[in-house]
Design a protein around this ligand. Structure first.
Ligand code: MRU
Length: 351
């Protein structure tokens, strides 16, 4: 198993609250924040204090525990408690719309609420334990993804990635960056090119930070540069994460991923998606059904609080795009690398 030197724990249940790295202030400051109420968790997910599909899944599960603790203090009947908590869980699942891991993890908590035979304090404890279990599983799954993915990384490869699908997008280790970590552990000549990832610069702010913390050679490029370097033969493969994958393999990820995938196809560079099975939404047939989050005007008009355009210019800011399955060489999961035909290989992975 590959070694993960930086040991970042992005989110963790501690005592009676959820502790997480505040990702809005990276890379200037590395600080933890304690989230103590359900509403604080909703806001932390929405404002991206915690971000990345698997990390917001765990955050959503913790958020349900926080709501449960608040309702426990209200002296409700068991029936009232369950009914109120299910409503709060549904609300938590609306904090961001695209990453299906959030809905998946909240659903897991709802199943406990609905099926538990315990009294109120027993339900709260079961939810807490499930949140902790999801944390542990996330790291184990990422290590499996990393080790499967490392098998397709050529010796000495330069791997391009977009956005941050690393330790800070998960509980730890990462999905796409888990592949990088496992590959690097076997072959220290592996290198990374990280796209800046406008508008929120997760590639620049977060990916370069966590990879350099682990001593992995990393070069930061701006989003428009990838085809230039592919044409020069300087990129051997692309690995990105995903926020939701449809039954046919279409994969939603941070805006700009689709452009990278088209450039990769044109230049014969293999383009891989690394994601846990909890990112695959088998209830939708294709990427056309994925809801794309619309984000604020300020993310585009400003960088670090400074305006970078004419103040009155029109802005559109979709947070994600969908890479069609034809452009994807493989989906690296904890059950192995799924290959086309994805309708078949995804169905088999869930069988
Ligand atoms: O808006 P973000 O920062 O939450 O978007 C994150 C991404 O798009 C990641 O690539 C994706 O969640 C995969 S994380 C392992």
């Amino acid at each position: 198993m590959a070694e993960f030197k930086s040991k970042i724990k992005t989110i963790e249940w501690t005592g009676n609250c959820s502790r997480m790295v505040d990702q809005t202030i990276l890379p200037e400051r590395f600080e933890y924040v304690d989230i103590k109420t359900g509403q604080e968790m909703f806001d932390a997910i929405k404002t991206m204090i915690v971000r990345g599909a698997p990390a917001i899944g765990v955050a959503g599960a913790h958020g349900v525990v926080l709501y449960a603790q608040e309702l426990q203090a209200k002296n409700l009947s068991r029936e009232e408690f369950v009914s109120e908590l299910l409503k709060k869980a549904d609300y938590m699942a609306t904090s961001r719309p695209t990453a299906v891991n959030l809905m998946w993890a909240v659903k897991k908590q709802k199943e406990i609420i609905e099926s538990s035979k315990s009294d109120i304090s027993g339900i709260v404890e079961e939810l807490k334990q499930n949140g902790i279990k999801l944390e542990k599983e996330d790291i184990e799954i990422n290590k499996k993804i990393g080790d499967y993915g490392a098998q397709v990384v050529p010796k000495g490869a330069t791997i391009l990635t977009h956005c941050n699908a690393g330790a800070l997008a998960t509980v730890g280790y990462g999905t796409a960056l888990g592949v990088v970590r496992s590959a690097f552990a076997n072959d220290p000549t592996v290198k990374v090119f990280a796209d800046e990832t406008r508008p929120r610069q997760q590639g620049a702010r977060i990916t370069t930070l966590e990879l350099t913390m682990d001593g992995i050679p990393t070069t930061l490029i701006t989003d428009g540069m990838c085809s230039y370097f592919m044409k020069k033969g300087m990129i051997d493969m692309v690995v990105v994460g995903a926020d939701r994958i449809a039954a046919n393999g279409d994969a939603a990820n941070k805006i700009g991923t689709y452009t990278v995938a088209i450039a990769a196809k044109y230049h014969n560079v293999p383009f891989y998606v690394a994601a846990p099975l909890s990112t695959i939404d088998t209830s939708i047939k294709s990427g056309d059904e994925i809801v794309i989050e619309e984000r604020s005007r300020e993310e585009v008009t400003h960088i670090n609080g400074k305006i970078i355009c004419a103040p009155e210019v029109n802005i559109i800011n979709p947070g994600f795009d969908v890479t069609p399955h034809e452009l994807i060489a493989g989906i690296i999961t904890e059950k192995g690398i799924l290959r086309p035909d994805y309708n078949k290989s995804i169905a088999e992975a869930f069988a």
